[in-house]
Write a new protein. Structure first.
Ligand code: ADP
Ligand code: MG
Length: 214
Protein backbone atom coordinates (compact mmCIF):
# COMPACT_ATOMS: atom_id res chain seq x y z
CA UNK A 1 0.00 0.00 0.00
CA UNK A 2 1.70 3.13 -1.23
CA UNK A 3 0.50 6.57 -2.24
CA UNK A 4 3.12 8.52 -4.12
CA UNK A 5 2.89 12.03 -5.52
CA UNK A 6 1.19 11.02 -8.73
CA UNK A 7 -1.39 8.96 -6.81
CA UNK A 8 -1.92 11.91 -4.46
CA UNK A 9 -2.69 14.20 -7.39
CA UNK A 10 -5.12 11.52 -8.61
CA UNK A 11 -6.70 11.57 -5.16
CA UNK A 12 -7.13 15.37 -5.34
CA UNK A 13 -8.96 14.92 -8.65
CA UNK A 14 -11.25 12.28 -7.15
CA UNK A 15 -11.99 14.44 -4.09
CA UNK A 16 -12.71 17.39 -6.37
CA UNK A 17 -15.15 15.25 -8.35
CA UNK A 18 -17.06 14.28 -5.18
CA UNK A 19 -17.19 17.90 -4.06
CA UNK A 20 -18.38 19.06 -7.48
CA UNK A 21 -21.10 16.39 -7.64
CA UNK A 22 -22.49 17.54 -4.30
CA UNK A 23 -22.66 21.27 -4.89
CA UNK A 24 -26.34 21.77 -4.05
CA UNK A 25 -26.30 19.44 -1.07
CA UNK A 26 -23.27 21.04 0.62
CA UNK A 27 -24.44 24.57 -0.16
CA UNK A 28 -27.80 23.79 1.39
CA UNK A 29 -26.18 22.34 4.53
CA UNK A 30 -24.08 25.48 5.04
CA UNK A 31 -27.09 27.68 4.29
CA UNK A 32 -28.98 25.90 7.09
CA UNK A 33 -26.39 26.41 9.83
CA UNK A 34 -23.79 28.81 8.39
CA UNK A 35 -23.55 31.41 5.66
CA UNK A 36 -23.88 29.14 2.62
CA UNK A 37 -20.39 29.57 1.18
CA UNK A 38 -18.69 26.36 2.29
CA UNK A 39 -19.15 24.55 -1.01
CA UNK A 40 -17.89 27.58 -2.94
CA UNK A 41 -14.87 27.85 -0.63
CA UNK A 42 -13.94 24.20 -1.08
CA UNK A 43 -14.57 24.33 -4.81
CA UNK A 44 -12.34 27.37 -5.10
CA UNK A 45 -9.59 25.60 -3.17
CA UNK A 46 -9.71 22.45 -5.27
CA UNK A 47 -9.93 24.39 -8.53
CA UNK A 48 -6.81 26.30 -7.58
CA UNK A 49 -4.99 23.13 -6.55
CA UNK A 50 -5.93 21.30 -9.74
CA UNK A 51 -5.02 24.24 -11.95
CA UNK A 52 -1.44 23.47 -10.84
CA UNK A 53 -1.66 19.71 -11.09
CA UNK A 54 1.22 19.26 -13.56
CA UNK A 55 3.59 21.21 -11.34
CA UNK A 56 2.29 19.45 -8.20
CA UNK A 57 2.93 16.08 -9.83
CA UNK A 58 6.57 17.06 -10.44
CA UNK A 59 7.24 17.93 -6.77
CA UNK A 60 8.40 15.78 -3.90
CA UNK A 61 5.66 14.86 -1.42
CA UNK A 62 6.59 17.43 1.30
CA UNK A 63 6.73 20.21 -1.32
CA UNK A 64 3.40 19.13 -2.75
CA UNK A 65 1.86 19.34 0.74
CA UNK A 66 3.46 22.74 1.26
CA UNK A 67 2.09 24.05 -2.04
CA UNK A 68 -1.37 22.71 -1.18
CA UNK A 69 -1.14 24.48 2.18
CA UNK A 70 -0.12 27.81 0.67
CA UNK A 71 -2.84 27.55 -1.98
CA UNK A 72 -5.58 26.77 0.54
CA UNK A 73 -4.34 29.39 2.98
CA UNK A 74 -4.09 32.26 0.49
CA UNK A 75 -6.67 31.30 -2.12
CA UNK A 76 -9.69 30.21 -0.11
CA UNK A 77 -11.94 32.41 1.98
CA UNK A 78 -13.61 31.35 5.20
CA UNK A 79 -12.46 29.16 8.04
CA UNK A 80 -11.92 26.20 5.74
CA UNK A 81 -9.03 27.84 3.86
CA UNK A 82 -7.04 28.58 7.00
CA UNK A 83 -7.77 25.20 8.56
CA UNK A 84 -6.91 23.11 5.49
CA UNK A 85 -3.93 25.40 4.91
CA UNK A 86 -2.61 24.65 8.42
CA UNK A 87 -3.28 20.94 7.99
CA UNK A 88 -1.29 20.74 4.72
CA UNK A 89 1.60 22.81 6.09
CA UNK A 90 1.79 20.46 9.07
CA UNK A 91 1.79 17.48 6.68
CA UNK A 92 4.68 19.02 4.79
CA UNK A 93 6.75 18.99 7.99
CA UNK A 94 5.58 15.59 9.19
CA UNK A 95 6.44 13.93 5.85
CA UNK A 96 9.83 15.62 5.44
CA UNK A 97 12.16 13.28 3.56
CA UNK A 98 9.38 10.90 2.49
CA UNK A 99 8.26 10.18 -1.06
CA UNK A 100 5.05 8.36 -0.33
CA UNK A 101 2.41 7.52 2.27
CA UNK A 102 2.50 3.83 3.12
CA UNK A 103 0.42 1.86 5.58
CA UNK A 104 2.49 3.12 8.51
CA UNK A 105 2.06 6.68 7.22
CA UNK A 106 -1.73 6.57 7.23
CA UNK A 107 -2.01 7.29 10.96
CA UNK A 108 0.60 10.05 10.63
CA UNK A 109 -1.38 11.53 7.73
CA UNK A 110 -4.62 11.62 9.76
CA UNK A 111 -3.09 12.56 13.10
CA UNK A 112 -1.00 15.42 11.74
CA UNK A 113 -4.01 17.06 10.12
CA UNK A 114 -6.22 16.50 13.16
CA UNK A 115 -3.66 18.10 15.46
CA UNK A 116 -3.13 21.07 13.16
CA UNK A 117 -6.89 21.70 12.94
CA UNK A 118 -7.35 21.33 16.70
CA UNK A 119 -4.59 23.83 17.34
CA UNK A 120 -5.48 26.36 14.67
CA UNK A 121 -9.25 26.11 15.11
CA UNK A 122 -9.12 25.68 18.89
CA UNK A 123 -11.51 22.78 18.58
CA UNK A 124 -11.86 19.35 20.05
CA UNK A 125 -13.56 16.24 18.77
CA UNK A 126 -17.29 16.56 19.41
CA UNK A 127 -17.48 20.28 18.58
CA UNK A 128 -19.38 19.62 15.32
CA UNK A 129 -16.69 20.50 12.80
CA UNK A 130 -14.58 19.11 9.97
CA UNK A 131 -12.39 17.65 12.73
CA UNK A 132 -14.97 15.01 13.69
CA UNK A 133 -14.73 12.70 10.65
CA UNK A 134 -10.94 13.14 10.56
CA UNK A 135 -10.50 12.34 14.23
CA UNK A 136 -12.89 9.38 14.10
CA UNK A 137 -11.07 8.04 11.02
CA UNK A 138 -7.79 8.23 12.94
CA UNK A 139 -9.26 6.42 15.98
CA UNK A 140 -10.78 3.79 13.76
CA UNK A 141 -7.48 3.10 11.94
CA UNK A 142 -5.56 2.97 15.24
CA UNK A 143 -8.08 0.52 16.68
CA UNK A 144 -7.95 -1.64 13.56
CA UNK A 145 -4.14 -1.72 13.66
CA UNK A 146 -4.27 -2.78 17.31
CA UNK A 147 -6.44 -5.70 16.26
CA UNK A 148 -3.97 -6.72 13.57
CA UNK A 149 -6.04 -5.42 10.65
CA UNK A 150 -4.02 -4.49 7.55
CA UNK A 151 -4.36 -3.73 3.86
CA UNK A 152 -7.76 -3.17 2.28
CA UNK A 153 -9.59 -3.78 5.58
CA UNK A 154 -7.60 -1.00 7.23
CA UNK A 155 -8.73 1.46 4.57
CA UNK A 156 -12.31 0.27 5.00
CA UNK A 157 -11.90 1.05 8.71
CA UNK A 158 -10.69 4.55 7.78
CA UNK A 159 -13.78 5.13 5.63
CA UNK A 160 -16.15 3.72 8.25
CA UNK A 161 -14.65 6.01 10.90
CA UNK A 162 -14.91 9.06 8.66
CA UNK A 163 -18.52 8.27 7.85
CA UNK A 164 -19.37 7.71 11.51
CA UNK A 165 -17.67 10.96 12.58
CA UNK A 166 -19.45 12.89 9.84
CA UNK A 167 -22.88 11.48 10.76
CA UNK A 168 -22.32 12.09 14.46
CA UNK A 169 -22.09 15.86 13.85
CA UNK A 170 -25.88 15.95 13.34
CA UNK A 171 -26.44 15.28 17.04
CA UNK A 172 -23.75 17.64 18.29
CA UNK A 173 -24.25 21.24 19.42
CA UNK A 174 -21.69 23.53 17.74
CA UNK A 175 -19.07 25.26 19.87
CA UNK A 176 -17.16 26.82 17.00
CA UNK A 177 -18.02 28.38 13.70
CA UNK A 178 -21.23 30.07 12.66
CA UNK A 179 -23.58 27.29 13.79
CA UNK A 180 -22.84 28.06 17.45
CA UNK A 181 -24.59 31.43 17.15
CA UNK A 182 -27.89 29.73 16.45
CA UNK A 183 -30.28 29.11 19.36
CA UNK A 184 -30.36 25.38 18.53
CA UNK A 185 -26.56 25.27 18.01
CA UNK A 186 -27.23 23.43 14.78
CA UNK A 187 -28.47 20.27 16.49
CA UNK A 188 -30.27 18.12 13.94
CA UNK A 189 -28.12 19.35 11.04
CA UNK A 190 -24.95 17.80 9.66
CA UNK A 191 -21.92 20.07 9.71
CA UNK A 192 -21.02 21.01 6.12
CA UNK A 193 -17.30 21.00 6.84
CA UNK A 194 -17.60 17.46 8.20
CA UNK A 195 -19.39 16.39 5.02
CA UNK A 196 -16.66 17.71 2.70
CA UNK A 197 -13.96 16.26 4.96
CA UNK A 198 -15.64 12.85 4.67
CA UNK A 199 -15.55 13.17 0.85
CA UNK A 200 -11.81 13.81 1.00
CA UNK A 201 -11.13 10.93 3.39
CA UNK A 202 -13.26 8.54 1.31
CA UNK A 203 -11.46 9.55 -1.90
CA UNK A 204 -8.10 9.21 -0.14
CA UNK A 205 -8.87 5.70 1.11
CA UNK A 206 -10.31 4.63 -2.25
CA UNK A 207 -7.19 5.86 -4.03
CA UNK A 208 -5.01 3.88 -1.59
CA UNK A 209 -7.27 0.86 -2.09
CA UNK A 210 -6.43 0.77 -5.79
CA UNK A 211 -4.17 -2.19 -6.30
CA UNK A 212 -4.88 -3.66 -2.85
CA UNK A 213 -6.06 -7.25 -2.87
CA UNK A 214 -9.63 -7.26 -1.47
P1 ADP B 1 -16.93 30.06 7.27
O1 ADP B 1 -17.51 29.37 8.46
O2 ADP B 1 -15.87 31.05 7.64
O3 ADP B 1 -17.99 30.61 6.35
P2 ADP B 1 -16.66 27.73 5.60
O4 ADP B 1 -18.12 27.89 5.34
O5 ADP B 1 -15.80 27.50 4.41
O6 ADP B 1 -16.11 28.94 6.44
O7 ADP B 1 -16.42 26.48 6.53
C1 ADP B 1 -17.31 26.14 7.53
C2 ADP B 1 -16.83 24.85 8.18
O8 ADP B 1 -15.56 25.06 8.79
C3 ADP B 1 -17.73 24.39 9.30
O9 ADP B 1 -18.76 23.59 8.79
C4 ADP B 1 -16.80 23.62 10.22
O10 ADP B 1 -16.68 22.28 9.81
C5 ADP B 1 -15.47 24.27 9.96
N1 ADP B 1 -15.05 25.15 11.05
C6 ADP B 1 -15.45 26.40 11.31
N2 ADP B 1 -14.80 26.91 12.37
C7 ADP B 1 -13.94 25.93 12.78
C8 ADP B 1 -12.97 25.82 13.81
N3 ADP B 1 -12.71 26.82 14.66
N4 ADP B 1 -12.28 24.66 13.90
C9 ADP B 1 -12.51 23.63 13.05
N5 ADP B 1 -13.40 23.69 12.06
C10 ADP B 1 -14.11 24.81 11.93
MG1 MG C 1 -19.48 29.36 5.49
Amino acid sequence: MKMDVSAFVGYLEDANRLICENRDYVTRLDAETGDGDHWANMNMGFSKLLSKKESLAAMGLPDLFRECGMTMMSGVGGSAGVLYGSAYLALSKAFAGRDYIDEGGVVLYLETQAEAIMKRGRVEPGNKTMLDPLYQAKLSVEEALKQGVHGAALLEALKAGADQGMRATAGMPAFKGRACYRPDKGVGHLDPGAVTMEYQLRAFADKMLEGEPA
